[in-house]
Design a protein around this ligand. Structure first.
Ligand code: SF4
Length: 890
């Protein structure tokens, strides 16, 4: 799907690599460079839209920081050496300690073809199911809930249902920031049909609440009570679909009995959820009286010590009221990662086997064994992520191969995970980036191709398989993950099973396995795609599964006929006894920490952290807290604070947020040791997990909070990246040119120039200012700033420092005259109308102060601001914040 634009330029259709929305992207390529991206109007997920992260994809494909050459024990190696070494080490360890002494840890960001061969190698040829993935941390509770209720891991609905519904519940999902294009579709639907009701169920008042008719700020972790209460309410208010229950479900009586035990009345449910009875009654009333209801749920439900039960509590309500399998009616789990669904399809989780088969039925094992002609098939489940890293730490797993993910940042108890890897006999890491918190622990580093180079398929949250097409040459000596995995497999002696020469061949085998002896037993059947030629595979348009060979009409929605994938054909309703989060507060740790994403970053910033534009909106790690807690702990906005738990500590900035409830905090998941001194939020979390899915509880961590009494704070801009800085807090912000470091220390250096010279070279063309509280230095090379440094020991020192965004801009300017140089050292623009303030609209780099000025001069709608300043007119992700500014002025 490549269209020539000119003799030098072409446009390639591909898929965004970030979130589970799975937007289609037109990539414009010239001379092996990605020069622009736009949304694909023909892709069913985004219909032409892209969010700010997707819009900045072309700013992330440079070679800076890329891993370009294999390394063994820190030394460059050839591919032959690296492959042979990995194969030999794995073989030796397996020979001595058995197949379960090795493990693979994969990622929801690798492609389905990569996943397929990794899973096949481990489960079919090595003979262990110790292959898990970071998708365990994302949606494994939803997978387990689907399997319990529907008999298979099936998402019934599609994105169109979010537009067709009359009542949309957004549960544990800051859709506006985590899945922005889906959110924009909802915003457009609400605008077209204002009578459509939207309810946000989330302890925090997030940007998503901007369009909500009702926001239920429930007690953290109490969602299970809310939905069992809803089931009781439906029964008490004649809102059950008796015909659907009788004909298409089983287990209703027990499910209702369990629900009634704790949450028999609205008042009881409201009390358990910490909600106002009237507000909760409103939701229950709307749900019971509305035929078309979608409940969209995400990490707020899944990342819980009872996440599977919460998922089933939601599904129970949809089954009991027959709100499933119809346009605009479904329980809908939206995944975080771009290819979490593709990983589930191939069986990339340790408790799955392959192609939606698991280990519970020996017939499945035989079927897969015969299809793969597997010499040594795994016969039992492997270790899920948390247990896998525990086994690495304990020494039971002696070799682990981590592919495309960063567990030293993303796993709970992240310091323990780092220690586990440091202890492990053999750690192999395949990654496209050289320096991550995890590659730092590797014995062997294997350079993998990145998004713009990779070729294969991904599946989004609505079961749409899309091609991700490689349009740049592999960087340096990097190779595709499927090539690396199959090369190691062949070097281990498994030649016959891994003779693939293209991703198309792998996809064809994967599709064929899905249909192998299927006969309608397994809903995941894409056998209709198993005979694609290379050309057809290359040109494959987005296609939704199931896609069964010989079937002309594959369904868009599942369960429209009331038939489920259980042995009885009926959906199972589960008796749910909701439970509070396992890790509760104590006098030592009295606050609850919640985590999530911010608007412009993705995962551990290895890609989005490269685009300086994406750090304009929020550039430093932070903790959000309520005004009440700020007062209690003596904290003001932008203070440096320590957040500590039983497991670790982080040092971040404070943000006092209106939407944060007293007693609850929020921190983003993105920052890591490459970007900040101590901001790996997962180092705070204990490894508490759901007993069924094994998914860690990442939304509820008891912590304490303390303001740090810093002696000084500063900002440093350098044209070179610096290594660890000797101060309590540093945070790196990549700029278009150079890097900005936000700094703070607990003790004041005696001599600033000496302190700086211990870190970096200071040129002789310099001007400086040294007063009792402030030190400022600007160094120049020719007529350009080479180094800028501002430090202040004023009490509220950040206010004594220049605006960082303005300062960063000056770093790229010519500063030839004495007046320009002095203005730079003064740290403020000559004309204050030049100061944009904190960036709100990342697409057009429009700052808060600019927007405020326009509003005070008469602009009074988002449309007027868009006309005047362009802000909010591209991806729309900033519209909630623009609306908040407008309402502040009214
Ligand atoms: Fe990418 Fe944004 Fe679409 Fe997610 S919503 S797939 S991040 S463009």
């Amino acid at each position: 799907m490549t269209t020539a634009i000119s003799p030098e330029t072409c446009e390639v259709k591909t898929t965004c690599p970030y979130c589970g929305v799975g937007c289609g992207v037109n990539a414009r390529v010239s001379d092996n460079r990605l020069i622009a991206v736009s949304g694909d109007k023909h892709h069913p997920a985004n219909l032409g839209r892209l969010c700010v992260k997707g819009s900045a994809l072309h700013e992330t494909t440079d070679l800076q920081g890329r891993l370009l050459q294999p390394q063994i024990k820190g030394q460059p190696a050839s591919w032959e050496q690296a492959i042979n070494k990995v194969a030999q080490w794995f073989k030796e360890i397996i020979a001595e300690h058995g197949p379960d002494s090795v493990a693979l840890y994969l990622s929801g960001q690798i492609l389905t073809e990569d996943y397929y061969v990794a899973n096949k190698l481990m489960k079919g040829f090595i003979g262990s199911a110790n292959v898990d993935t970071n998708s365990r941390l994302c949606m494994s509770s939803a997978v387990a809930a689907h399997k319990r209720a529907f008999g298979a891991d099936l998402v019934p609905g599609c994105y169109e249902d979010l537009e067709l519904t009359d009542l949309l519940l957004l549960v544990g999902s800051n859709t506006a920031w985590a899945h922005p294009v889906v959110y924009q579709r909802i915003v457009a639907a609400k605008k077209a049909r204002p009578e459509m009701k939207i309810v946000v169920i989330d302890p925090r008042q997030t940007a998503t609440c901007d369009i909500a008719d009702l926001h239920l700020s429930l007690k953290p972790g109490s969602d299970g009570y809310l939905f069992t209460g809803l089931l009781s309410y439906l029964a008490d208010n004649s809102a059950l679909d008796a015909s659907f229950i009788n004909n298409h479900t089983e287990g209703f009586d027990n499910a209702l009995l369990a629900a009634n035990q704790l949450t028999g009345s609205v008042a009881e449910s409201a009390q358990l959820c910490g909600l106002n009875k009237t507000d909760l009654g409103q939701l229950y009333d709307w749900f019971s009286r509305t035929e078309k209801v979608v409940t969209l749920f995400s990490q707020g439900i899944n990342q819980s010590s009872s996440g599977v039960d919460k998922g089933n509590a939601i599904i129970n309500c949809h089954l009991a009221s027959g709100k499933i399998g119809k346009p605009g009616a479904a329980p809908f789990s939206i995944t975080g990662q771009p290819n979490a669904m593709g990983g589930r399809e191939v069986g990339g989780l340790a408790n799955q086997l392959a192609a939606h088969m698991d280990f519970s039925d020996p017939a499945n094992i035989e079927l897969v064994e015969s299809f793969w002609e597997a010499p040594q098939i795994a016969r039992k489940e492997g270790l899920k992520a948390v247990d896998m890293f525990q086994a690495v730490h304990d020494g039971h797993i002696k070799a682990i191969w981590i592919i495309g993910t960063n567990p030293v940042v993303s796993m709970p108890d992240a310091d323990f995970v780092r220690e586990a890897l440091q202890r492990c006999e053999l750690v192999v890491v395949s990654d496209c980036m050289e320096k991550t918190d995890t590659t730092a622990c590797a014995d062997v580093l294997l350079p993998a191709t990145g998004w713009a180079e990779k070729d294969g398929t991904v599946t989004n949250s609505e079961r749409v398989i899309s091609r991700q097409r490689g349009f740049l040459k592999p960087a340096g000596n990097s190779r595709h993950d499927w090539q690396i995995i199959t090369a190691v497999a062949r070097a281990m002696g498994f030649e016959a099973g891994f003779r693939f020469s293209s991703p198309g061949e792998i996809f064809a085998e994967h599709a064929a396995l899905s249909g192998f002896h299927n006969n309608g037993k397994r809903c995941f059947d894409i056998s209709g795609l198993s005979a694609l030629s290379e050309r057809e595979y290359d040109q494959l348009k987005p296609v939704r599964w199931p896609c069964v060979k010989g079937e002309k009409h594959n369904p868009v929605r599942l369960f429209s006929d009331g038939e489920f994938n259980t042995p009885s054909g009926r959906a199972r309703m589960l008796p749910i006894m909701p439970a509070a989060p396992l890790n509760q507060t104590s006098p030592a740790y009295p606050l609850i920490l919640n985590t999530g994403r911010i608007r412009d970053q993705w995962h551990t910033m290895t890609r989005t952290g490269k685009a300086s534009r994406l750090l304009n909106h929020i550039d430093q790690p932070f903790v959000e807290l309520s005004a009440d807690d700020a007062e209690t702990y003596g904290i003001i906005e932008n203070d440096l604070v320590e957040v500590a738990s039983t497991q670790g500590r982080c040092v971040v900035r404070s943000k006092i947020a209106k939407g944060q409830s007293a007693g609850s905090l929020f921190m983003p998941i993105h920052w890591n040791a490459q970007f900040a001194s101590q901001a790996r939020v997962d180092s705070l979390f204990a490894s508490i997990k759901d007993p069924i899915s094994g998914q860690p509880e990442a939304k509820h961590c008891p912590v304490t909070l303390r303001k740090l009494n810093t002696a000084w704070q500063g900002v440093l801009i350098s044209d070179k990246a610096l290594t660890e800085l000797p101060c309590e807090y540093w945070c790196k912000v990549p700029l278009e040119k150079g890097f900005r470091y936000e700094l703070a220390g607990l003790t004041l250096p005696q001599n600033w120039p000496s302190w700086l010279e211990s870190q970096l070279e200071i040129g002789t063309d310099r001007i400086e200012l040294n007063s009792s509280n402030n030190y400022r230095l600007a160094c120049f090379n020719a007529q350009q700033p080479q180094l800028l440094f501002f430090a202040s020991s004023d009490r509220v020192s950040t206010q004594a420092l220049p605006n960082s965004a303005w300062l960063s801009k000056q770093f790229t300017q010519i500063t030839g005259t004495a007046a320009q140089r002095m203005s730079l050292l003064a740290g403020k623009p000559v004309d204050s109308s030049d100061d944009a303030g904190a960036i709100i609209c990342s697409c057009f780099e429009v700052g808060e102060d600019t927007i405020r000025r326009a509003i005070s001069q008469g602009a009074n709608s988002t449309e007027q601001l868009a006309t005047q300043l362009k802000c909010g007119s591209n991806c729309g992700s900033c519209l909630p914040e623009i609306r908040a500014l407008l309402s502040w002025f009214r």
